[in-house]
Design a protein around this ligand. Structure first.
Ligand SMILES: Cc1cc2nc3c(=O)[nH]c(=O)nc-3n(C[C@H](O)[C@H](O)[C@H](O)COP(=O)(O)OP(=O)(O)OC[C@H]3O[C@@H](n4cnc5c(N)ncnc54)[C@H](O)[C@@H]3O)c2cc1C
Length: 577
């Protein structure tokens, strides 16, 4: 299974509407074959570099970053891996060309992140943040900050961190108490952040509470602003950003996780004051797609190793991969990884579509490239996509990361006792996978977000698009499966209306509801894949057969349940208190 596999090629070659993308993004004529070839060349370069990085990273998995005189020292394999990616310009993929970046579409960016994670999940965290932080600066910062920092991000001269978490503020960011105080027109930060990935880097994007409404806004995300806080000021002097400690972790050892103290550190507002949570959500949503990619990359690494081992290890006179139970397990692993990929790429495709429409609308305001009627239609399309993205992003993160956790565990099982040895590669991948279900919002937070979006009506927008796609399958075999997915959508709508009448009960079922929505969205996407490449038909059919059975049970349970289930859970937990 190569880093640049058939599924990736299928998306780049056939399943992404590049024609609309470039027409909206740039306007004018585009040579689509040339664009596709250029993107494929970038992916081929990334795949080659990542295969090299993996060779050095795997044997050095235990090597952790360390703190020396207040500065983070990266292990050699991380430093060398970063240098290799920097050499080929793959460190801040989304930065606009005018600042020296590649300005890559989100789907390509995420494929590269996935390849890096497959090579080294620790290194991926540095690159993922580099991309996320620079893109947030690009969207929200002043021109002066953009001019100062974006070229340095694009060249790899500086790296970025995102500083949200505090000891008392984990999932609940309303509890943030890092304080931003204004003095003589300048802003200074004071407070402590914990668990900050790549916390020793130069550029910190910090979520802090503004002094003037500190007490009024406490406990809420109002009153939070986003600040760029560099470790060095323009005149070269050290700013008050202190790396106090690096954590020892179960996995991703090469990724430094730091406690940071802001000692009256000068900072610069990014976006509007009091709007920090919204600006950070943009970064977090991009980062969630990035962590979903990380999950898929880790899962791919485990899957490739497991498939190879199963073909080599013989028991009872045949390779273990020939045993029906093992075939079942390996095929379930493939289905889970490909399902995660289908959901992620679908979400990324929508992100790209919206970025392109936004560009077109901005351009058209000056050039009148599109008529008033076209602009209205594009804006409606953008809003509907936005609703879809807000639902699909947490679902993609939830699914890909839970899959990574599960697949890496299954890969250990495929290896038997060898999988449990300290040097086991799949064992290490499992330890790396776990964190993906925790940072950038835990799985519970993702499904709660998804539920909130469903409560606001997001299912209608997602299902409207699915319905149109599913109704368009003409070939008999695909139609039969498309009808099963449509039936699943009906059951979900039926169950979700019952559920949304009571939010406490709904929250208890958020995971189940997320699973069934994933079942139909991925079902439709896999059918699109099968239409483009008949080799993928069995994958789609198997996903739909398995998941629709599960969907029937889950929707029936959601519909039949009441708030009494919450009381029952309490009584059950009481048995062990
Ligand atoms: C290696 C690592 C790197 C990290 N990198 C960064 C970084 O770069 N920047 C940064 O700002 N932070 C970072 N974090 C912090 C990370 O985002 C938080 O750990 C995460 O958001 C969870 O917060 P918490 O650890 O306080 O857990 P808690 O919020 O205390 O959650 C504990 C458990 O309770 C559950 N829970 C909490 N609230 C709810 C709810 N409403 N409904 C249902 N269940 C709930 C959670 O799902 C979880 O299972 C990192 C963490 C680690 C471990």
């Amino acid at each position: 299974m190569s880093y640049l596999n058939d599924a990736i090629r299928l998306y780049v070659d056939q399943l992404i509407d590049w024609e609309s993308y470039y027409r909206w993004y740039r306007g004018g004529e585009t040579d689509l074959d040339a664009e596709r070839a250029a993107l494929m060349e970038i992916l081929e370069t990334a795949a080659g570099v990542c295969a090299e990085i993996a060779e050095q990273a795997r044997p050095n998995w235990h090597e952790a970053a360390r703190l020396e005189d207040g500065e983070v020292v990266y292990p050699d394999h991380i430093r060398d891996g970063y240098a290799k990616l920097k050499e080929v310009g793959l460190v801040s993929f989304g930065v606009e060309a005018k600042y020296g970046g590649f300005e890559l579409p989100a789907v390509i960016e995420n494929i590269i992140i996935q390849m890096i994670a497959r090579a080294d999940a620790g290194l991926m965290t540095l690159i993922g943040l580099q991309a996320g932080v620079s893109e947030d600066i690009q969207i929200y910062a002043s021109d002066a900050l953009k001019d100062e920092y974006l070229p340095r991000f694009a060249s790899g001269e500086v790296m970025g961190a995102m500083d949200l978490t505090e000891p008392q503020a984990g999932s609940d960011l309303g509890a943030i108490t890092t304080r931003a105080t204004e003095r003589d027109g300048r802003v200074f930060l004071s407070g402590n952040k914990i668990f900050i990935t790549n916390g020793g880097c130069e550029v910190h994007l910090v979520l802090a509470r503004d002094d003037e409404n500190f007490d009024d806004s406490k406990g809420t995300t109002r009153g939070l602003s986003l600040y760029l806080c560099p470790r060095h000021l323009a005149d070269g002097t050290k700013n008050g950003v202190v790396v106090e400690r690096l954590e020892h972790k179960l996995g991703i050892h090469g990724s430094p996780t730091a406690s940071i103290r802001f000692d009256d550190a000068e900072a610069f507002l990014v976006g509007a004051k009091g709007n920090g949570f919204k600006a950070m959500l943009t970064l977090m949503n991009n980062a969630r797609l990035g962590v979903a990619s990380q999950g898929i990359g880790i899962a791919e690494a485990a899957l490739a190793t497991a498939v190879k081992y199963a073909s080599e290890r013989e028991q009872f006179g045949v390779p273990i991969g020939e045993q029906p139970l093992m075939k079942n397990m390996l095929s379930r692993m493939v289905i889970a990884v490909e399902g995660s990929r289908a959901l992620l790429y679908r979400a990324c495709r929508l992100v790209d579509r919206n970025r392109a429409i936004e560009r077109a609308l901005m351009r058209s305001a000056e050039t009148n490239e599109f008529s008033e009627a076209e602009r209205v239609e594009m804006e409606e399309h953008r809003q509907a996509n936005d609703t879809r993205i807000r639902l699909l992003t947490p679902l993609a993160k939830y699914m890909a990361t839970e899959t990574a956790d599960e697949i890496t565990r299954m890969a250990i099982q495929v290896h038997g006792g060898v999988g449990f040895m300290a040097e086991s590669e799949v064992g290490k991948l499992h330890m790396d996978a776990i964190i993906t279900t925790i940072y950038e919002g835990t799985s519970e937070i993702q499904v709660s977000f998804a539920l909130k979006e469903i409560g606001k009506g997001a299912l209608a927008a997602v299902f409207e698009a699915l319905e149109a796609e599913l109704a368009a399958f003409e070939e008999e075999a695909l139609r039969e499966y498309a009808d099963k997915v449509r039936q699943g959508m009906k059951l979900i709508l039926d169950a979700s209306s019952a559920l949304l009448s009571d939010f406490s009960y709904a929250l208890m079922s958020a995971r189940s509801l997320s699973e069934v929505v994933i079942s139909v969205v991925v079902g439709a996407e896999l059918l699109m894949q099968a239409k483009a490449d008949p080799k993928r038909f069995d994958l789609a059919a198997s996903w739909i057969n398995r998941r629709m059975n599960d969907l029937e049970g889950r929707t029936a349970r959601i519909k039949a349940g009441t708030l009494a289930r919450v009381d029952r859970a309490d009584k059950i937990i009481d048995l062990v208190r």
